[in-house]
Design a protein around this ligand. Structure first.
Ligand code: NAD
Length: 470
């Protein structure tokens, strides 16, 4: 059987469904194909949403313990794991049902199956019941996302978790080793530590969250020291062996010293790779770069004029909101708009406690590029709102162009940094200067004032810290 569609979208994650919805809103005939029966992709079902649901729960546990400092104590924490899992699943189900409903309202044709290209205008869709369907299309958008990188030479064991299986919350292991001190490792490590596991982290480089400015990581490191059993930097896992009780993990540090330790479970979170295999891309004109990402133009058009690509398969940063915006660019281009995906600032948030959020230029990047910048910081110890929350470890930081005084980058560490960063994105995208940012009235008492006060600090006029202009 062969059917036809004007726009085929492969992959129903935040990139794919955003593109599909916009295309339908613009009057296109859209078919959305995904192997899962549910829309939403990894982000909704095995990533952003379930992990944030669990982080919210474990943050409540730590907040309730910290309330002791101001005279409020609670009984011992009781965790009903089945109920917690059910609550997490109910959040994703609610959102997935919402997406389904929106899809139906827009009259988007959905097919459950895996699409393989036969040529630049035809795919064969393999359905879960093993039936096949051919679909011809005028244009296609590839949005197949990414999957976890596997550690080579490790046994096939249910005790070895990846981000998806860790989120299934099968049990609370007594001991858990996280391999990789990046986004996923630290977020899920925080969840399991909050639930009561002894969590250790092994990170290959000399610091957690490589790439993020160290002054933003430090407050998180200090707090993680309290909740993690051990953090080993400059260390690589070299061997994992399944034993009767768990997994015997051998690791080696930069000096060649090796160490073996047994853990009940191990979570591998060492990065993600683009999903481009077994899709028949060789039957199209699509080109991949050296790292296996699909090469695209600023309109997200691939080397094959009929096919666009968005999201994780087009490269870093692998973030849902980047995928969604690329999806909009691709669809708008197909609809005839002269547009391109050239953001000045893509926000990134590590949803640990405290959160770390950044956008635009980082101080690290500026140093690497030998670029002159001015840094202005406002310590949350001087923020009334931070003190009311008993959380004064945060820092808000601006990276400013010394000539134009425009804000080029923003970094925030502290609870709620992920919500605060949106103002930084707006400031950068609008070409805001430090002078303009300090003149905008921010509500008191809120953490958002720390952005204004950082700009004031740059100008030597911060109300709540004394730092005269040099
Ligand atoms: P990551 O790149 O953030 O971190 C991987 C870490 O593993 C790095 O610190 C790396 O140095 C380390 N590593 C690599 N090989 C190792 C080894 N053999 N032994 C020890 N350490 C090793 O990757 P991730 O945490 O897997 O996340 C993948 C992607 O998912 C990221 O690119 C991120 O953009 C995205 N993500 C985002 C969020 C968010 O926005 N909050 C959350 C989770 C994931």
């Amino acid at each position: 059987m062969t059917s036809n569609t004007q726009l085929l979208i492969i992959g129903a994650g935040p990139g794919g469904y955003t593109a599909a919805f916009l295309a339908a809103d613009l009057g296109m005939d859209v078919t959305l194909v995904d192997p899962s029966p549910h829309l939403g992709g990894v982000c909704l079902h095995h990533g952003c949403i379930p992990s944030k649901t669990l982080l919210h729960a474990t943050n409540i546990i730590s907040e309730s313990k910290e309330a002791e400092a101001f005279g409020i104590t609670f009984d011992k924490t009781h965790i009903d794991l089945d109920k917690l899992r059910h609550w997490k699943n109910s959040v994703t189900t609610k959102l997935a049902n919402g997406l389904n409903h929106l899809c139906k309202q827009r009259k988007i044709h959905t097919i459950q199956g895996k699409a393989t290209f036969e040529n630049s205008n035809t795919v064969c869709i393999h359905r879960p019941d093993e039936s096949k369907e051919k679909l011809t299309f005028e244009k296609a958008i590839l949005a197949t996302g990414s999957s976890p990188v596997r550690l080579p030479n490790i046994p096939d064991s249910t005790r070895i978790l990846n981000s998806t299986t860790a989120l299934n919350l099968e049990n609370i292991p007594k001991s858990l080793l996280i391999v990789g001190g990046g986004y996923i490792g630290l977020e899920l490590g925080s969840v399991y530590a909050g639930l009561g596991s002894d969590v250790s982290v092994v990170e290959m480089t000399d610091g957690l969250l490589p790439g993020v400015d160290r002054d933003l990581v430090r407050p998180l490191e200090r707090r993680l020291k309290r909740i993690l059993k051990k953090t080993s930097l400059n260390t690589k896992v070299t061997h994992i062996e399944e034993t009767n009780q768990g997994l015997l993990v051998t690791s080696e540090n930069a000096k060649g010293k090796s160490d073996s330790q047994e853990y009940e479970k191990v979570l591998i979170a060492i990065g993600r790779k683009p999903n481009t295999a077994d899709m028949g891309l060789e039957n199209t004109n699509i080109k991949l770069d050296k790292r296996g990402f699909v090469k695209v133009t600023t309109q997200r058009q691939t080397a094959d004029s009929a096919i666009f690509a968005i999201g994780d398969i087009t490269g870093e940063p692998m973030l849902a909101h980047k995928a969604a915006h690329e999806g909009r660019t691709a669809v708008e281009t197909l609809h005839g708009k002269n547009t391109s995906f050239e953001p000045k600032a893509i926000p990134a948030v590590v949803f640990t406690d405290p959160e770390i959020a950044t956008c635009g230029l980082t101080e690290n990047q500026a140093t690497k590029e030998n670029r002159a910048v001015k840094i202005a910081k406002f310590p949350w110890a001087a923020s009334g709102r931070a003190l009311t929350l008993n959380r004064n470890e945060g820092v808000t930081k601006l990276i400013i162009d010394p000539e134009s005084q425009k804000i080029l980058g923003v970094g925030i560490v502290g609870p709620g940094a992920g919500e605060l960063i949106a103002e930084g994105v707006l400031a950068i995208e609008m070409g805001t200067t430090a002078d303009q940012l300090q003149s905008i009235i921010h509500p008191h008492p809120t953490l958002s004032e720390t952005l204004m006060e950082s700009a004031e600090a740059f100008l030597g006029q911060s109300t709540h810290i004394f730092r005269p202009k040099k």
